[in-house]
Design a protein around this ligand. Structure first.
Ligand SMILES: [Ca+2]
Ligand SMILES: [Ca+2]
Ligand SMILES: [Ca+2]
Ligand SMILES: [Ca+2]
Length: 408
């Protein structure tokens, strides 16, 4: 069992800790449950492990793990808890870089979309296949319902609040001569209702590479809202109008910048590469971001009294931070931040705010050497109501489950 290692984060982190010590009497009211994880190998020696997606694919109420590989013409899923491997789809066009899933297999509400045929360095080499499945197993017949070059992130969301979910699709870049991973052109943000092929535009002109997509009902109005992260910063997109029948063409969209993200003279190291929405113990919202695209800063944004999102870097120095997840792992009501370096020495780390208020963050190690994750997802995989962590690593060629064994 891995013992929790705790140390102050970087030189800057140590400064944050020292500053917050002056307020320590205000932050000692919460019982601090130790974070502890037990590593379990789901898969080893896998080719091109890039992203994971989690869904119950055999209807036994246990969430299973889909592995998206940028090197395999098959997409595999791993069955919880034996982690037996199954083929989800085969003959796909390399590379599979994203997936969105909703519902449960066998109940009639299951939909899965795979984004395949991705090329990060040349827009014209993108096949942009959006593959649709509504069942899993030998009888399933995946098919391409639409094409969208450079399709990179997708999520189901009920953007019009009518009780059914649509597919928000974020290409990494729009057409242009630049590499999609380093584009300064216009990037569209799109909406589909799979398996319908109709393409609706949420915003045609996000600026530059877009690398992060997250869904949240930002304003609590019953409509899911969309938050994107890219070289042009972090943006919030909300819909208005529409009709109960769900005619997506009837929606109007309002997009507002929340923050420009990382400041830099170089437009390719500006902005944010990914974003998650978290909450402190008292329910206050915060943003966490990896900055910039394929960058190494971890930033937390809190709102000042004037309503501006104020940036604070809580750690830096990752070679290419990519695995990223927020959840309340220790059960104190506030979210912790998980970050993994997908290059260099790798490692999976968790940042916890001991007071639950974000004034101080302490970093501890979940996996020091055996994971360099492109993706980490937080989910209760064991059914004990404690949030576990699933990570997939390309250089480490593995998928692992970190079972949350902390005291609650
Ligand atoms: Ca299952
Ligand atoms: Ca809807
Ligand atoms: Ca909303
Ligand atoms: Ca917590």
């Amino acid at each position: 069992m891995r013992k929790r290692q705790r140390h102050n984060v970087s030189r800057l982190g140590a400064l944050v800790v020292a500053l917050s010590a002056a307020f320590s009497t205000q932050s000692c009211g919460h019982a601090e449950a130790p974070l502890q994880f037990r590593a379990q190998v789901i898969a080893a020696n896998v080719e091109g492990a890039y992203l994971t997606s989690i869904a119950d694919l055999n209807g036994d109420q246990k969430p299973d793990v889909i592995l998206l590989s940028i090197r395999s013409e098959q997409v595999f899923w791993y069955e919880n808890p034996s982690w037996r491997r199954h083929v989800l789809a085969s003959g796909i066009t390399l590379a599979a870089v994203g997936a969105a899933v909703e519902g449960t297999v066998g109940t009639g509400d299951f939909r899965l979309v795979l984004l395949t045929g991705f090329h990060r360095d040349a827009y014209e080499k993108n096949r942009g296949e959006l593959v649709y499945m509504d069942s899993v197993g030998p009888a399933s017949k995946p098919f391409i319902f639409a094409r969208e070059p450079a399709a990179h992130r997708a999520a189901f969301a009920d953007v019009d609040g009518n009780g059914t979910r649509e597919l928000v699709l974020a290409p990494i870049a729009g057409p242009g001569p630049e590499a999609p991973i380093a584009s300064l052109g216009n990037t569209p943000l799109l909406l589909f209702n799979p398996p319908g092929a109709e393409r609706y535009v949420i915003k045609p002109d996000l600026k530059g590479t877009v690398h992060g997509l997250t869904i949240v009902d930002w304003d609590g109005d019953g409509r899911d809202d969309v938050v994107t992260a890219g070289l042009g910063g972090i943006w919030l997109h909300r819909s208005r109008g529409g009709v109960p029948s769900g005619d997506l063409a009837a929606l109007t969209w309002q997009s507002v910048p929340l923050t420009p993200g990382r400041p830099s003279d170089d437009p390719l190291t500006r902005g944010a590469g990914d974003v998650r929405i978290g909450k402190f113990v008292d329910g206050t919202r915060f943003l966490a971001a990896i900055e910039s695209v394929h960058g190494g800063d971890v930033a937390v944004y809190t709102k000042d009294p004037a309503g501006h999102w104020v940036r604070r870097v809580i750690d830096r120095g990752y070679e290419l931070a990519h695995g990223f997840a927020l959840a309340d792992f220790d059960g104190d009501g506030g979210d912790e931040i998980v970050v993994s370096d997908s290059r260099g020495k790798g490692g999976v780390f968790i940042y916890d705010s001991p007071g639950g208020d974000g004034r101080e963050w302490q970093r501890s190690t979940i996996d020091e050497t055996d994971m360099a994750a492109g993706a980490c997802e937080a989910r209760d995989m064991t059914g004990d109501n404690r949030v576990d962590l699933v990570c997939a690593g390309f250089p480490t060629r593995n998928v692992k489950l970190y079972v949350n064994e902390g005291e609650h």
